[in-house]
Design a protein around this ligand. Sequence first.
Ligand code: ZN
Length: 236
Amino acid sequence: MKNKMNLLRDLQEIDQEISAIETTRHGYRSELDAFEADVVRVQEMLDQLNQEVAQLQQTEAELQQGLLKEQDNVRRVEARLPEIQTQKEYVAVLKEIDIAKKSNKDVEEQMRAQLQEISVLEEDIAEKEGELKAIQEKSEARGAELKQLLTESEAMLLKRTQTRESVAAALPASLLRKYHTLFKRRGGMALALASNGACLGCNMQLPPQQYNKLLEVAEIQNCPHCNRILYVEVDV
Ligand SMILES: [Zn+2]
């Protein structure tokens, strides 16, 4: 009985260590995931900006093409001016030229605005590219550290698991099952120390008869309040 209790206490200690290692490993993985999410977030912003710039550049190219064509037209109409015979037609053509020139000016204005917009976006892109580079550098350095920590903790976990298996193998299956259920339900504390007539797992008083029996260390007993497996510290 005393031996079983000691084994159970060893098992709980190992299981608590395993839980702690797993929690730490979960933390490492979350940190790695956060870096990846950051990279994806900035990359998406960059893609969006690049797409906007590409669209603006296309519109700008179309405007440019239209403008060249219009400027060509104006030159052609202007070249015809000396051949015009009537005053009426001359005035009409001048008016046409005037309208075309004004329209071209508008297009040039539009193009300037577009170029302005593109240069603002390009500044934005440069900034985001810097941000991305910083994240990548940081994630490379810390990522390598995290991967190293994950490898080390995996080895630790493997060692604990092996020890755990050998301890568990020495315990009866039914007791082991009971212990497992309690370990899960009672937040990693399946065993509770009984001291001064109380269970220190839930701080409730135990029936005096039960407590006296516990001091004899004769059989496995559970707390009637929290159901944890009780043990006593007996002076050797
Ligand atoms: Zn209790």
